[in-house]
Design a binder for this molecule. Structure first.
Ligand code: ADP
Length: 428
């Protein structure tokens, strides 16, 4: 699925980027062509002015005769404005379009007095190559004493421009497919980068669904087998069904807590709604949690110590959620610390951060398990967690809550020595 999406992404990226690039290249080519033709046209106009200044007209026996002085194609090469253009021919026509005079090569093109500038193909080759030569021709009417007496036609060879354009065409013919290929590769790479987070999220979701289904299947089988055994017991035995029903109640309670946790994780995914946030004094919040856990510590024969030195630490967050995260951590410390052990809760401020530490001197977490401790359904010792009623969701929930508050949670632990969780929250 992801491979297919990546291919499609690369394909569309290549098509769109390649299309834009090709359009850009063609536009540049067109601009270059237009500019060159404009220069040639300008040169033609200047040349025509020069030629007319060197031409004299005389009316002899009712027909106009022309006399040309010092005009040769070579002599006009660098004319005017110093533009190096190759003159192809100069022609003079009378009003009827009959050729009067010609300098340069003759071509058998029909006289056309209408068009001013024309690009023609006189069916001959360029001197420097065997490419078909194109010429740019200007036809102008000639007036003498405000009387139209004929036409002057002047043409420049476009061979040098054709040579330049052929180079550009070759560059485009090679460059555009090459660029398209490169764009495809870049698209494939970017597609991979773009797909990675989605793929990761998808895999996580799949693993989560598989784990959740697995966790839910076990209690349902247990409920079913308890019910079946209860039903099979003799009619006069009231003890057996009762015991089975009690088992079912216990399993159902734990399953219900699992479902609540799963729902919690699904509902509180992502950032929190700013409207739900309120200013919370961490000192007050921890104080009330301390008194709650003090009672529990006595019941469990644990020594609970709290040090909440800073009197006011204001933080913007969701009180219920933050309480839930802290309870998960303190409950864990209680669960994994043997009777007679010590659990500490402290609050401190450092670099505009409220730091809450929950430390115990319990059984600790093996170093190999530490990196995965916040993963959903991850338990260090499944058998031990089942005994304590854990599904491996408590830390995942705590981390999700802290991250939703733009905070961070860290863990340090040594086996058989104890564990310390630290929460860093941005204070206002
Ligand atoms: P559980 O509900 O199983 O306790 P958690 O996500 O809360 O799941 O914890 C994951 C695992 O991390 C637990 O199975 C436990 O082995 C380990 N753990 C968490 N907190 C502590 C602690 N304070 N001391 C030792 N082990 C802990």
């Amino acid at each position: 699925m992801f491979h297919h999406s990546r291919r499609r992404l690369a394909y569309w990226f290549t098509i769109s980027m390649g299309g834009i690039l090709a359009l850009f290249a063609l536009t540049l080519y067109y601009i270059q062509l237009r500019e060159k033709i404009r220069i040639v046209d300008q040169a033609l106009y200047m040349q025509s002015k020069y030629v007319t200044s060197k031409t004299q007209y005389q009316l002899q026996q009712e027909t106009w005769q022309i006399e040309i002085r010092d005009i040769s194609l070579q002599g006009m090469k660098a004319l005017p404005l110093g533009m190096e253009v190759e003159l192809a021919y100069i022609r003079w026509y009378d009003r009827q379009g009959n050729l009067l005079e010609l300098i340069g090569k003759n071509t058998t093109k029909q006289f056309d007095a209408v068009s001013k500038y024309q690009t023609l193909n006189p069916s001959r080759s360029c001197q420097s190559s065997d490419r078909d030569e194109l010429v740019r021709q200007l036809t102008l009417p000639v007036y003498y004493n405000q009387v139209a007496i004929g036409y002057l036609q002047i043409a420049n060879s476009l061979c040098s421009i054709q040579k330049d354009l052929a180079k550009t065409q070759l560059f485009l013919a090679l460059g555009v497919p090459l660029t398209l290929g490169l764009t495809g590769l870049v698209g494939w790479f970017l597609g991979g980068v773009a797909m990675k987070p989605t793929q990761k999220a998808y895999e996580q979701l799949q693993r989560f669904t598989a784990d959740a289904s697995h966790e839910l299947r076990a209690p349902i089988s247990a409920i079913l087998s308890n019910a079946q055994v209860g039903l099979l017991s003799p009619a006069d035995d009231s003890n057996q069904p009762r015991q089975r029903l009690e088992n079912i109640v216990t399993i159902t309670k734990s399953t219900s807590s699992l479902i609540s946790n799963l729902l919690f994780l699904a509902r509180h995914e992502g950032r929190l709604n700013p409207d739900d946030l309120e200013a919370i004094d961490l000192h007050d919040l921890l104080q009330s949690l301390s008194s709650e856990f003090q009672t529990l510590a006595t019941e469990k024969n644990l020594n609970f110590v709290s040090d909440l030195s800073p009197s006011t630490v204001v933080f913007k967050g969701d009180r219920e959620l933050l309480q839930q995260a802290l309870k998960n951590l303190i409950n864990n410390a209680y669960k994994y610390t043997p009777a007679g052990g010590k659990v500490g809760l402290t609050l401190a401020i450092k670099s505009r951060q409220g730091i809450i530490s929950i430390e115990d001197n319990g059984i600790g977490i093996p170093p190999d398990d530490l990196p995965r401790i916040f993963d959903r359904f991850y338990r260090v010792d499944i058998a031990r967690s089942r005994e304590t009623g854990g599904f491996g969701l408590g830390l995942a929930i705590a981390k999700q809550i802290i991250q939703a508050h733009n905070g961070q949670i860290t863990v340090e632990s040594s086996l058989d020595k104890g564990t310390k969780f630290q929460i860093f929250l941005p204070i206002v």
